[in-house]
Structures are given as C-alpha cells and as structure tokens.
Design a protein around this ligand. Structure first.
Ligand code: A2R
Length: 338
C-alpha cells in the first residue's frame, strides 16, 4: 500500500511545489488541506487528478479550527504530515499581528494535537523559519541551529512559538516532529509581498507597459541567502524520509547564493527585455525593523541528508520573472500595487 501524506498549505507556494515533487518522485497518496475560499491557481494544473481523486485528495478545513481538522485525521492515518500552512508574510504581520499569531501558533498547536490524537506514528515536518533569528550580530554569522532567537516581526515571533511547539510535542508526547528553519526560498508562485517577487511582478508589468519603468523598493541593503523553492521541497522530502534523523531535530536550511536585496533587484532588471528600468525607495515598503543579515550554516542538514541546492540563482530569478510575465499575460493589470 502506498504511503499517505498530508500537506497543510497545499495551495501556497511551497505546498504546491511539494505536491508537484511528490507526484513526480513518489507513489504516495497525497492529501491536502484547503480553506473554503483558497485560490487554487497554484495547483490548477492538477485539476483532473484532483477531480478524479487520482492520488490527490483535498479536504476543506482551517488550521485555526481544531474541529475542522478532526474528521480529516480521524478517517485515515498519515505516514507523513507536512505542516506548511501559515500567515507567511512578515511585512503583513506588522499590520495583522493577532491573526498571524492565531494562524501560526494556534494553528500549529491544532495540527500537532491532531497528529498526537489520530496519527501518532506519522513523521511530521514542522515548518519554522529563518526569521526566528531576526537581528543577528555580525559575529554570530553564519547562523547555526544554536544561534539565539531574536525575532524582528510578529511573524518571526509566531514562528519562534511554532518552532518550540514542535520540540515540545516531540519531547512531551514522543511524536516524530522535525523542524526546519528555511532561509529565503523563492521561485514561481511566490507571494507578491516578498521583495524579489514584487520586483519581478513590477518588471513584468513594466514590460507590458502597465507601469512607468520605475521599480518601487523597500530596504535594499539587507543580506539574504537565496534558495529555489524547488530545492526547498526536495529538502523537505529528504528530511521526512530519513529514518536516522532523531525526533525533535531542528535544521537550518538555505541556498548557496548570498547577496544584498539590491543585487537581487539588479539581477532581475538585467534579465528584463526593457533596458530603461530604474528604481526608487517607497517608504511604505520599509519594515519597522528588519532581519538584515540572513546567512545560514547548513552543515548539520547537509551531513544528515547530503542535500545540496541544485538550481542556480540565475535560473530562480529567470523563472520568477517568467512566472509574473505569465500572470500579466493572463490577467493584464489586475494586481494590487505592493
Ligand atoms: O490562504 P489560503 O487559503 O490560500 O491558504 C494558505 C494556507 N493557510 C491556511 N490553511 C488553513 N488554515 C488557515 N488558517 C490558513 N492560513 C493560511 O497556508 C496557503 O495555502 C498557505 C500559505 O501559502 P504561502 O503564503 O504561499 O506560503 P509559503 O511560501 O508556501 O510558505 C510555506 C511555509 C509557511 O509555514 C511559511 O511561514 C514558511 O514556509 O516560510
């Protein structure tokens, strides 16, 4: 019998790429959680399989509503649970801290509680974030798993809690919870509030003559290490399928290309067909404080899984821009400016 996996956040950037990866590389039966009104653009290329229940089974629910999860867990046990659902936008969390805490803290508690009650033998991927490290002093870079938390947004605070909830369930209830703190990961389907994705979206709109050729930016000087989301989901697969990894482990994972946000912007502008694009700072896009030195030490994860990023920074940027070109071709100028 094939293994059963459950993905919360299957309609998001990471969840949808994980679905693509698992369909391609495993025989697993894949279950996914969606909300009543979740946009399904990111998984619409699988709609035939979804409608015929051919390996993909979608379930309606909400991670903030424990009772909505119970029937999903009660009628089957899962071998793997990937808990990816989140309010995932750090910048938005400054405006909506309470709903960020509700989704990311209470939501994680609910998902893990369901695993404990109904799928105690599953391997659970608990998705924390590199943002937990927040404001890291230079002498503590590169960031290891033992670098102290110093969250710099309500989102980051919520992920510190989610991270600790994962460890708590592993220690208190003997659940096999494995927690990741992935550094910046991007590519096609990235939400347009993230800096590289809003740059690519604006460039695609400029190329189509919907915008003046000036890209609006936030802080350009923060330093990021970039991975491709398709490498990230491969890492998550290697994580949960490696039985030698001790329960309760946490891992820093990230790409191999470290650069400033300015360099990301310049790369995207350089691959645009439009050669007259400039940029200017928009004060609305500046976070009150920023996690500005995000460079990971990923030796621990590499030594356990042999994972290496395979997709180049150039390809990630090209595919991200191409994704936005496709969206603009399809929807015209129907995007909020953010
Ligand atoms: O907003 P929706 O309905 O499209 O679903 C999003 C889902 N989600 C939820 N699902 C169930 N109950 C909720 N209360 C709830 N709130 C949000 O999480 C969507 O499917 C997913 C988030 O997708 P993205 O914003 O694209 O995030 P991404 O980049 O896929 O991040 C995956 C994980 C998150 O834990 C991040 O915090 C971490 O990677 O970096």
């Amino acid at each position: 019998m094939s293994a059963k996996a459950f993905i919360t956040g299957i309609t998001g950037m990471v969840g949808s790429h994980l679905l693509d990866f698992l369909l391609e590389n495993t025989e697993w039966e894949i279950h996914g959680l969606i909300r009543w009104r979740s946009p399904i653009d990111n998984i619409s290329h699988h709609v035939k399989k979804i409608n015929s229940k051919n390996r993909i089974h979608l379930h309606y629910g909400d991670i903030t509503d424990y009772l909505s999860l119970v029937p999903i867990f009660k009628s089957r046990s899962f071998d793997y649970v990937f808990h990816l659902a989140a309010q995932s936008y750090p910048k938005t969390s400054f405006d909506s801290p309470s709903s960020t805490y509700e989704t990311n803290v209470l939501g994680t508690e609910n998902v893990l509680k369901c695993c404990k009650e109904y799928s105690p033998n599953s391997t659970i991927h608990n998705c924390s974030s590199s943002e937990v490290f927040g404001r890291v002093p230079k002498h503590l870079v590169p960031i290891t798993e033992d670098t102290p938390f110093h969250p710099a947004s309500p989102y980051a605070i919520s992920k510190c809690s989610a991270d600790l909830i994962g460890r708590f369930y592993a220690e208190a209830y003997n659940l096999r919870v494995l927690t990741t703190r992935m550094f910046t990961h991007t590519g096609p389907r990235r939400g347009d509030v993230f800096m590289e994705s809003t740059f690519a979206k604006q460039i695609a709109l400029i190329e189509a003559d919907y915008l003046e050729p000036i890209v609006k930016t936030g802080n350009l000087e923060s330093i990021r290490t970039i991975a491709d989301v398709r490498d990230a989901v491969r890492a998550y697969y290697l994580l949960v399928t490696n039985d030698s990894i001790p329960s309760g482990s946490v891992f820093n994972i990230g790409g191999s290309h470290t650069c400033t946000v300015r360099e990301i912007l310049e790369k995207l502008i350089s691959i645009s067909k439009n050669k007259d694009i400039s940029h200017e700072i928009d004060p609305d896009r500046i976070r009150p404080i920023d996690a500005d030195l995000q460079i990971p030490d990923i030796k621990k994860f590499k030594s356990m899984t042999n994972w290496e990023p395979e997709i180049s920074f150039e390809k990630t940027m090209f595919d991200l821009l191409d994704y936005w070109r496709g969206r603009v071709r399809k929807f015209g100028n129907c995007f909020l400016q953010r």
